[in-house]
Design a protein around this ligand. Structure first.
Ligand SMILES: NC(=O)c1ccc[n+]([C@@H]2O[C@H](COP(=O)([O-])OP(=O)(O)OC[C@H]3O[C@@H](n4cnc5c(N)ncnc54)[C@H](O)[C@@H]3O)[C@@H](O)[C@H]2O)c1
Length: 262
């Protein structure tokens, strides 16, 4: 345990998408440091198993983030347990990979519904539940920063999450509620191992990352913890890119450097 272990005692955290990679790692990190953690997801079996493994201070809630009723039920359940919501991590999300020409309007709407409207509903529900200030961390994506071919619907939703984050930060600042986002690049989770992505030339892709590797859920979780806690007390309305350097710019191709040095 590090020296933050005691500082998260008494904090109540709700993590959506907590049956998955980044949400799960975040729930584990907060729980390990003494917080009461509510894990929300639609994958009930995985979420329940994870909450059980985390011990008595972890609770699983069925929470479909696209459902306003589910959000109301979740925040009511937390309050009924005598807990005051302090942190919301909006991690539920998914990506569909397809060129725009092959994306149906229905598929596009589904991406917006889950990734963008789900986050909007979470912000609304948390803002109502957070009576004494708090912190909301939204999962945007590098794909909402750098336009990425074949990730149009997902990227549009995630760039929307970035603007939504700033609007919420402006509107909630006077209530002591901070709202920030993280923009992960490529992180090893279920999302990056689905066949749509696995079909890509992974070696070439990883070589294009300046740090030459994908990130881990734990690395993203630590950044989420930073934005969620008082370590970032004066930060609101920002988004933090976690991408091994991909958004920093373009590296000089190796063959070019070699010919110049000759
Ligand atoms: N993995 C990456 O490379 C990466 C990169 C950038 C952004 N992100 C974002 O990070 C977040 C977490 O992604 P991950 O990599 O952990 O993915 P993941 O697939 O491991 O986890 C996503 C979780 O969301 C849950 N979920 C799906 N629909 C839901 C709904 N309607 N309501 C509640 N839960 C629902 C899934 O059951 C799953 O447990 C997502 O918002 C994703 O877009 C991931």
């Amino acid at each position: 345990m590090d020296d933050m272990a005691t500082s998260l005692r008494g904090l109540t955290v709700l993590v959506t998408g907590a049956s998955g990679g980044i949400g799960g790692a975040s729930a584990e990190l907060f729980a390990a440091q003494g917080a009461t953690v509510y894990l929300g997801d639609v994958d009930d079996a995985a979420g329940q198993a994870r909450a059980h493994a985390l011990g008595p201070a972890a609770h699983y809630l069925h929470l479909d983030v696209t459902s306003e009723e589910n959000w109301a039920a979740a925040t009511s359940a937390i309050a009924a347990n005598g807990h005051a919501l302090g942190v919301l991590v909006n991690s539920a999300g998914a990506a569909i990979k397809a060129p725009l020409q092959q994306t149906s309007p229905d598929g596009f709407r589904k991406m917006l519904d889950l990734n963008l409207i789900g986050t909007f509903l979470g912000i609304k529900a948390a803002a109502e539940a957070m009576v004494d200030g708090g912190s909301i961390v939204n999962l945007a994506s590098l794909r909402g920063v750098l336009a990425t071919a074949e990730l149009g619907a997902y990227g549009a939703a995630k760039s929307g999450v970035r603007v939504l984050t700033r609007v919420a930060a402006l509107e909630l600042a006077d209530r002591g509620i901070r709202v920030n986002a993280v923009c992960p690049g490529s992180i090893e989770t279920e999302i990056t191992s689905v066949p749509d992505f696995a079909a890509d030339d992974t070696t070439a892709y990883v070589r294009s990352i300046p740090m030459q590797r994908r990130g881990s859920s734990e690395e993203v979780a630590k950044t989420i913890r930073f934005l969620a806690t008082d370590d970032s007390a004066y930060i609101t309305g920002t988004d933090l890119i976690i991408d091994g350097g991909q958004a920093a710019g373009v590296r000089t191709p190796k063959i070019f450097t070699e010919s110049v040095s000759k």
